[in-house]
Every structure is written in structure tokens, then in C-alpha cells.
Ligand binder design. Structure first.
Ligand code: AMP
Ligand code: MG
Length: 403
């Protein structure tokens, strides 16, 4: 059985082979959080556009403002004021943070290091050229690349787009991810389940994970554990970029997902991974659609989504694939797990002011989503370890929606 690392490599390889979809769309910068830029953005002018003071103080000729020197202040410049007159020798001018330093002046002395008497300013600190100002064009020159295509737009990137006047940005269309749960026992969340039925919680967690990963969920509801119903709904899902199924991939008599996919022409790249939860996860392709069959136990579904599906969404979305965002922490209590599988177990991570600790939670197995609401991460027990001692350094996979 392959490791989750090998499984991720297969996903990256197979999805990477598919030509990226060219579909793009232009949208307001305020609506583009998490989108992937499809067209580069260049600086519309120099940044900063003028020599900008970073302090409240006095603009000076640095070589004049020595300790104990007195200079006459000839006025003030506030943010937004135009400057054109060069600063005459032997003078200084009061200046505010964000204001333009006048021509000739080459430093700003912080107001804290001056004393004022009428128009006369005494300097208590020596200054040096360039102090407390950011020269025009030092962050970017007009025409420089501000944001490259393929970049995922976070708040900093959106701020740069806004700064250079890109009120609209051209982004790749988000990969469409069909979500289909399976199981005779599963009912829509708006229905009252019978005594032996359960609500379709996977449809909600999967749609959320798709959105979080940067995909567009296409909900297809639930298929019964019957070849006819399952085939019809899988066919529908195979029209999208990715089809994610939950349930029906184990060894039970009514676990039909793999055989139905096969009969519809899918090929498989893996059909089990050495992880717990989530061992029966399958990954394949039918023509241009990638298919993930995730086990139906809710925590298994969530973990395998994070391990494998996010990667496919990144690649199809035109972004650099994100690595799994592992953290390190010391284990709060010993653990004993079955060897041969990499375990991802619900746990609570506490950064403790720089000496992070992780505490595994007691849970009822991979159906137990209630415990997961107290977990902000999964603690990783490697396949070659059965016993982990308290205090050991361990890897932690954060839940990306809460950490
Ligand atoms: P399966 O992988 O089909 O064997 O399902 C494993 C377990 O997950 C069973 O207890 C199912 O009832 C449960 N399960 C399957 N699908 C869902 C779903 N959509 N929402 C919540 N639980 C599910
Ligand atoms: Mg089932």
C-alpha cells in the first residue's frame, strides 16, 4: 500500500499532466480573495510616488542637522501636500508621516529628538542621509511586475492590486468540484431521518472544504447503493473538473463506487493509502475529470480531502500547489497506535508563547465529528512509529479553517 506522500505525488503528477483550463474571469478586487491571478498586474507608477516621510518630525539636509545645531523652520508639510520648492540651506521644515519630503532635503529627524522655540528648532540627535524616508520608486518602479499570474490572492496581494489601480482583476475560473455522497442510509439535511438513517453531513463539510481550497462546489446530493442510481449521478459528476464521492469505497457488498466508476471508463491511480483514518481512498480519472472516492466516515472524508483533493484543486486552479502546512509541537501525552499506517488524529494545538504543545483528543473513531469541533489540528503518528513518548517532537497538520 502506498504512503500518503506517494499518493500526493501521484495526484500532483496526474493532475499536472492535464492542460490548465484557460477559462478566466474579471471581477472586482474586493471579490477576489482566494482566487488565482490569470493576468499579471504591473505598477502604474513609482512606489512610493514621492520621497515619503515615515515619521513626524523635520525634513533637513542631513549634513546640517548635527547635535546641538539650530535651524529655522520655514513651514509645514502634511500628507497630501504638494512640494516643489527646494529646501533652502540652513533651514528645516516640519513634516508629517506620509508627507512628501521636499527636493533637497535628504532626511527626516523625529520630532522626539528636537526642541522648538518659535521658528527655531534645536536638534538633539545627528541625522544621516536617507533617515526616516522611503525614496520614490524604492518599492516598485512604474511598469514593474507587481503581481505575477498564478499567484493566489490573499489580503496583501489584493492590497497591492488596489494600490496600483487594479480595481478589477483577471482570475482563473475556480475548478468545479462535483460532490456526491453515497449510502442508502443517508438523507438530505432538511429531512427528518428515520430511526436508522443519518443526515448528509458530508455534503456540507465537503462543500466547505471545496470552497476553502479555492474550488467551486457543485452539489449532486446523494446516490443510493444501487448501480443504476449511482451510475446516473456519477455520470453527472463526470462533467465537472473533479468529482468527489463519499462512502462506498470499502470492501462491503454495497460498496459500489469503484466498480461503477470502472464501468463508466475510469482508470485508477491508487485505491488505498496507508493512512488512518481514510485508508480506502481512491483516486482516478475519466477523460478530463479527476475522481476521488473518499471513505464515508465523516472524519475520514475530511482528512483525505485535505491530504489529496486540495492539491488537485490548487493545480487545476492554476496555482502553485500548497504544501501541507505542517507545524511542530511537543506531544502532551504518550500515544500508542498501530504501525504501518500514518495516523492523523484529532488533537488540540496550543502555541504556548513559542513552545507549542499538542494534545491528542479522546475520540470514538472516524465517525466522531463532535470531537473534531474541539480539535484544531491532527497530530501525525508516522507509519514506522507505534509508541510516541510524552514530550516528543511531533508533526501537526492544522485544520486550515481554524488555525
Ligand atoms: P461507507 O464509507 O459508505 O462505508 O460509510 C462509512 C460510515 O460513514 C457509515 O457509518 C456511514 O453511515 C457514514 N456516512 C456515509 N456517508 C455519509 C454522509 N454523507 N454523511 C454522514 N455520514 C456518512
Ligand atoms: Mg456506505
Amino acid at each position: 500500500m502506498i504512503s500518503y506522500i506517494e499518493a500526493r505525488a501521484l495526484v500532483a503528477e496526474q493532475v499536472g499532466k492535464r492542460r490548465r483550463k484557460a477559462a478566466m474571469r474579471t471581477k472586482p478586487v474586493n471579490d477576489a480573495l482566494g482566487d488565482v491571478l490569470a493576468r499579471e498586474i504591473r505598477s502604474d507608477r513609482d512606489y512610493p510616488p514621492f520621497d515619503r516621510s515615515t515619521r513626524d518630525g523635520y525634513a533637513v539636509h542631513a549634513n546640517e542637522a548635527a547635535v546641538g545645531v539650530k535651524l529655522r523652520s520655514i513651514g509645514e508639510i502634511k500628507a497630501g501636500d504638494a512640494v516643489s520648492e527646494p529646501l533652502a540651506p540652513g533651514t528645516c521644515i516640519q513634516i508629517m508621516t506620509g508627507a512628501a519630503v521636499p527636493p533637497g532635503a535628504d532626511a527626516v529627524v523625529m520630532i522626539e529628538f528636537t526642541e522648538r522655540n518659535g521658528d527655531e528648532v534645536t536638534f538633539h540627535r545627528a541625522s544621516s542621509p536617507g533617515q526616516n524616508l522611503v525614496p520614490r520608486g524604492s518599492e516598485a518602479r512604474m511598469g514593474d511586475l507587481a503581481l505575477n499570474s498564478g499567484l493566489r490572492l490573499g489580503y496583501a496581494e489584493l492590497a497591492v492590486a488596489a494600490q496600483v489601480g487594479a480595481a478589477e482583476v483577471c482570475c482563473f475560473a475556480r475548478p468545479r468540484v462535483a460532490i456526491l455522497s453515497t449510502g442508502d442510509e443517508v438523507v438530505p439535511i432538511i429531512e427528518t431521518p428515520g430511526p436508522f438513517q443519518i443526515r448528509n453531513s458530508n455534503s456540507v463539510s465537503l462543500a466547505s472544504q471545496v470552497r476553502l481550497a479555492g474550488g467551486e462546489p457543485v452539489p449532486l446530493g446523494n446516490a443510493l447503493d444501487r448501480v443504476d442510481d449511482l451510475s446516473a449521478k456519477v455520470e453527472q459528476g463526470l462533467r465537472e473538473d473533479i468529482l468527489v464521492l463519499s462512502g462506498g469505497v470499502s470492501m462491503g457488498k454495497y460498496d459500489l463506487v469503484e466498480s461503477v466508476l470502472k464501468s463508466l471508463g475510469a482508470e485508477f491511480f491508487f485505491d488505498a493509502v496507508a493512512v488512518r483514518p481514510g485508508k480506502p481512498a481512491v483516486f482516478g480519472r475519466r477523460r478530463d475529470t479527476f475522481v476521488f472516492g473518499l471513505p464515508g466516515n465523516p472524519v475520514s472524508t475530511m482528512v483525505t480531502f485535505q491530504l489529496f483533493v486540495t492539491l488537485a484543486i490548487d493545480i487545476l486552479g492554476g496555482a502553485q500547489p500548497r504544501p501541507l502546512p505542517f507545524l511542530e509541537a511537543s506531544l502532551a501525552e504518550p500515544m500508542h497506535e498501530k504501525g504501518g499506517l500514518t495516523h492523523f488524529l484529532p488533537a488540540h494545538f496550543d502555541s504556548r508563547e513559542g513552545s507549542p504543545q499538542v494534545r491528542p483528543l479522546r475520540w470514538q473513531g472516524s465517525g466522531d465529528i463532535a470531537t473534531l469541533t474541539q480539535a484544531n489540528c491532527f497530530v501525525v503518528v508516522p507509519a514506522d512509529r507505534q509508541d510516541m513518548a510524552a514530550g516528543e517532537r511531533v508533526s501537526v497538520l492544522p485544520r486550515p479553517d481554524v488555525i
